[in-house]
Design a binder for this molecule. Structure first.
Ligand SMILES: [Ca+2]
Ligand SMILES: [Ca+2]
Length: 545
């Protein structure tokens, strides 16, 4: 893979934005939860009764006696009851004529008046206690967080949230462009730091300081970033750090915007990427500081992170990144990094030993066409995009998937808060970071290596007949697809629920539509303005080294 950026300069992993609302995939409509409102019961139409003069203990009323009871009650009440089934505990399931079944509570109340009936209640549907947040985008635009029974590539979070919604004593560092105080994110933030040393690239007028606010990473028209030609047009700010942070920890269950993966941990923004990207020197300092290691001329981190998310990178792992990762791991700090979006090999720091390297898959569970893969990948997480086998020329043959993120509509500096669809391994990595922090919430004693192994052992298999299971690609996409519910069970030492059967890939996007849509990658890359390496004709590698 050719590289036109000097090895010391890191560039942001793709954080492409496409226009909002392009890809909507309704999850099964589910009632919102709130402390003071229960969803209305759903009735079967049948009634369960307990007989007063039933035999005691475990003995069952003889069938003939039960039928006689029902006949008498039917005669008394005028309701044409039938015995559907005798139940244990001297209960009986009774059928009710269709007209009467319309108001089963009224029928049950009427039956309770009969002297032969001890109690009567309508049979009703019970639901698995999946935790469903009330954030409006969750039900509409975040199907990839939901159940794999609905979306094959989904991260299985509602079941996981029954186990844990996080621990507010944990901190997740986001090494990125800094952050904006989006109203659906601000309450989650804990003090971070601005590590951009060179005022030419910081855009906040100075070097390092205690304010990690994203001052914008726009590149003015005519400005030549190192290793790149002068920008022919202004390249707008990406608000990448805000978007990444919103994946792992937007304010959740607040009835607003999106849901995050972890509901409770605090998010620590570390600003390393400004105009033209990030420098290795700033990034290594930020990684170390995140985990509580000292950095000269920077006050020690008062709230060290247990999880460090890095959704940027370039080149191959240097001894400096490796040293930082090793020292963080020794402190129990989990480092998660995005693999990159060059449809090529895994880029640093994701290729360092001990880093949880994350590639991306789309809603149908197939590897995304842009996503870097290789033997260093630990696992795959939802990242949006086009499934690799559905790219033809420069066209995605199915509706691409997208990750719903918080952002800002300012082209240079921040203006109005809004939402945007994003795609890239940048957004897959924070899914894993969020699940890692949920795992630490259920078992704070896990080491970095244990978190990695449990994430891998609990991953669901890559779907059959997709890029990651065919040809010489097996082994390049990691252990499988992120499964939060299985990961939390494994972290707690609880029985790990079975993985659903491998999804039958072939429907492509989440709603299986057929019309070809333009591959977004080219336009998105241009929008992100940070990529020297574009997908060759949009076609994914079919066989690589
Ligand atoms: Ca500064
Ligand atoms: Ca929210």
């Amino acid at each position: 893979m050719p590289r036109s950026i000097p090895p010391v300069a890191l560039r942001l992993v793709l954080a492409a934005a496409v226009s909002a609302g392009a890809i909507l995939s309704p999850l099964a409509a589910t009632a919102a939860t709130s402390p003071d409102a229960r969803p209305a019961p759903v009735y079967s139409g049948n009634i369960i009764v307990r007989w007063k003069d039933a035999p005691g203990g475990t003995a069952l009323m003889p069938a003939e006696a039960a039928a006689e009871q029902v006949r008498k009650v039917a005669e008394q009440t005028g309701i044409g009851l039938t015995v559907k089934r005798q139940m244990g505990g001297n209960l009986a399931l009774l059928g009710v004529p269709a007209g009467k079944g319309a108001d089963p509570e009224a029928v049950a109340a009427q039956l309770r008046q009969d002297p032969r009936v001890a109690d009567a209640v309508p049979d009703r549907w019970l639901r698995p206690h999946d935790t469903v947040p009330n954030d409006p985008e969750f039900a509409i635009n975040q199907p990839y967080l939901g159940s794999p029974a609905v979306i094959p590539g989904a991260a299985n979070l509602p079941a996981a949230w029954d186990r844990s919604r996080g621990n507010e004593g944990l901190v997740i560092a986001v090494v990125d462009t800094g952050v904006l105080r989006h109203p659906d994110l601000a309450a989650r933030l804990v003090a971070g730091y601005d590590f951009i040393a060179d005022p030419l690239y910081s855009q906040d007028g100075d070097g390092r300081d205690g304010d990690p606010t994203d001052a914008g990473d726009f590149v003015p028209q005519g400005f030549a970033c190192p290793g790149m030609p002068a920008a022919p047009n202004q390249r707008p700010s990406t608000w990448h750090g805000t978007r990444v942070a919103s994946v792992l920890g937007a304010v959740t269950n607040n009835g607003q915007d999106v849901a995050g993966v972890d509901w409770s941990a605090r998010i620590q923004p570390l600003r390393v990427s400004g105009r033209c990207g990030a420098l290795l020197s700033d990034t290594v300092d930020a990684m170390r500081w995140a985990g509580g290691l000292p950095v000269p001329n920077v006050p020690n981190n008062p709230t060290p992170a247990r999880v460090v998310n890095i959704s940027l990178g370039a080149g191959t792992c240097s001894s400096f990144e490796q040293q930082a990762v090793d020292e963080l791991a020794a402190r129990g700090v989990v480092v998660v990094a995005a693999a990159g979006n060059s449809a090529g090999p895994v880029e640093a720091p994701a290729d360092c030993r001990g880093v949880i390297a994350v590639t991306a898959h789309v809603n149908d569970g197939e590897n995304a066409s842009y996503a870097n893969v290789g033997p260093q990948i630990a696992l795959s997480a939802p990242g949006g995009g086009c499934p690799n086998s559905k790219v033809s020329g420069n066209t995605c043959l199915v509706p691409p998937s997208a990750i719903r993120t918080l952002t800002n509509d300012g082209d240079t500096t921040a203006r109005n808060y809004t939402l945007v669809n994003s795609q890239g391994t940048s957004f897959a990595a924070p899914m894993v970071s969020g699940v890692a922090s949920l795992m630490l919430a259920v078992n704070g004693n896990l080491t970095s290596a244990q978190v990695t192994e449990l994430l891998k052992s609990s991953a669901r298999p890559h779907p059959a007949n997709t890029y990651c299971t065919t040809g010489n690609n097996a082994g390049n996409c990691g252990a499988g697809l992120l499964d939060a519910n299985r990961a939390l069970a494994a972290a707690a030492g609880a029985p790990v629920p079975p993985a659903p059967p491998p999804a039958n890939n072939g429907s492509g996007g989440d709603d299986g539509g057929g019309g070809a849509v333009p591959l977004w990658s080219g336009a998105a890359l241009a929008l992100a303005g940070l990529f020297a390496v574009l997908l060759p004709s949009g076609r994914r590698r079919q066989a690589r080294r």
